[in-house]
Design a protein. Structure first.
Ligand code: FAD
Length: 414
């Protein structure tokens, strides 16, 4: 049997792959990353949640991100016509970070990758994983290099952090139905966005379009702003033009007065892109010799900016479990990794479902809700979805529906 090249092979140098590799490296194991692209490369997913800060810190990556001077995100503003609902991460139930950053992902991911390399973890850029063989003790990846040359890399454990590349789900047939209806997203970067002045400048705006889409506005520190629109498939009928994505997005924005006003003088600085049916899921998060992290597992929906948080959290939890496994312990992967990841994802699932069926609109745009509830909901929106002390985590489905019913019944003055 061939000897492993490293202890842990990681597919993908996005946030999940970088954090996982950094954490196993810091535990004294040898890690290596294989990445298909050359960095910097574009990827969508630019608004972080405060919970990300804990994992970036744990992985030794916070200073590298801090040095990039990103704009600070202190909360979120939901907008419906003339109504607004503000969540301020300083006013939370869970003790945790009260702010985070808005990050252009080309720069952010390159900063993470640079920091991981500086720790001593090699990253093979422009190398694509094309086949994988896993087993109890030795995992093998067939990798195609930039000149088309094939080679096999070996490790004692394999972490698939390939995001929408979904390497192991594709190769091992692990895809599962998502339970989310198909939705489409269209997005670009602009300059010329007229932002609110002061500390609110970095807040994300989520604006509800009158015909059932929602539009994000995510400002960056370099003057660019990310904008995007998301909606279920029926919304796009008669609105979508494959030959003119920029015009498609411009027309949707023109129909939402708040974004239209902010972006009246804005111009696009990158080609408009689109993603269809972006929700994904898998049958299992781990198997003999491997585990899946980040978007290679499940992706629900971008509305609450939960993707990078779940990617980092899964990397942290998986790394802890891999470290125990390779130290000769017998971790219970189902209980120690899969179950907590499903619990956190399920909290966001409740919120995503309640967003699209209108339940959260009832709550967000209620004339007044008790500050206690606002703080508990804010902690979910900040990514603290593992705090079982929070009733909106522990009994998420029940609490969200119950609060909406109370509001509809007029029982909840503040
Ligand atoms: P990625 O960041 O996708 O990294 C995976 C890496 O694996 C890539 O670099 C890729 O090149 C590499 N790879 C793929 N295949 C191979 C292969 N065969 N061999 C080698 N390498 C490979 N999340 C947020 O937190 N905030 C947001 O505001 C947000 N907005 C979003 C908007 C939309 C429309 C969508 C669809 C998603 C959004 N997300 C957001 C989610 C976010 O994009 C992802 O959750 C996040 O990027 C996942 O990180 P990751 O490390 O798992 O994967």
């Amino acid at each position: 049997m061939s000897a492993p090249d490293v202890d842990v092979l990681v597919i993908g140098a996005g946030p999940a792959g970088c954090a996982a590799a950094a954490l196993v490296h810091r535990a004294g194991l040898r890690a290596a990353i294989v990445e298909r692209e050359r960095f910097p490369r574009f990827v969508i997913g630019e608004s972080l949640l405060p919970r990300c800060m804990d994992v970036l810190d744990e992985a030794g990556l916070l200073a590298a991100v801090d040095s990039r001077g990103y704009i600070i995100k202190r909360g979120a503003r939901f907008v419906r016509g003339a109504e607004t609902c503000e969540f301020d991460f300083a006013n939370q139930f869970t003790r945790g970070w009260s702010w985070t950053w808005q990050v252009p992902r080309d720069d952010f991911d390159a900063a993470l990758a640079g920091a991981v390399e500086a720790m001593g973890v090699p990253i093979r850029f422009a190398h694509e994983v094309v086949a994988a063989r896993t087993g109890d003790d030795l995992q093998e990846l067939d990798v195609r290099g930039p000149g088309g040359e094939l080679r096999t890399l070996r490790g004692r454990w394999l972490i698939d952090a390939s995001g929408f590349g979904r390497v192991l789900p594709r190769l091992f047939g692990l895809d599962a139905p998502t339970g989310q209806p198909p939705r489409r997203a269209i997005f670009t970067h602009v300059v010329g966005d007229v932002r609110p002045p002061g500390p609110d400048e970095g807040r994300i705006w989520i604006c509800i379009h009158p015909a059932g889409a929602w539009v994000w506005v995510i400002p960056f520190s370099d003057g660019r702003t990310s904008i995007g629109a998301v909606a279920p498939e029926p919304f796009w009928e008669g609105r979508w033009d494959d030959a003119d994505l920029e015009g498609t997005l411009r027309r949707v924005i023109a129909e939402e007065p708040n974004v239209a006003e902010r972006l009246a003088g804005a111009t696009s600085v990158m080609p408009t892109r689109a993603l269809r049916s972006y929700s994904t899921a898998v049958r299992q998060l781990h198997g003999p010799g491997y585990c899946l992290v980040g978007n290679a597992t499940e992706f629900l929906d971008p509305v609450f900016s939960s993707g990078v948080t779940l990617a980092l959290e899964s990397a942290s939890l998986a790394a802890r479990t891999v470290i125990r496994q390779l130290r000769g312990e017998r971790p219970d992967w189902a209980a120690e990794y899969a179950a907590p990841m499903h619990r956190g994802t399920d909290v966001f699932r409740t919120f995503v479902d309640a967003w699209y069926d209108g339940t959260l609109e009832t709550i967000f745009f209620a004339p007044a809700i008790r500050d206690e509830f606002r703080r508990q909901i804010c902690s979910v929106l900040a990514g603290y979805v593992w705090d079982e002390q929070n009733p909106f985590v522990a009994r998420h489905h029940h609490r969200v529906r119950q609060l909406a019913r109370l509001i509809e019944g007029g029982a909840l003055a503040s």
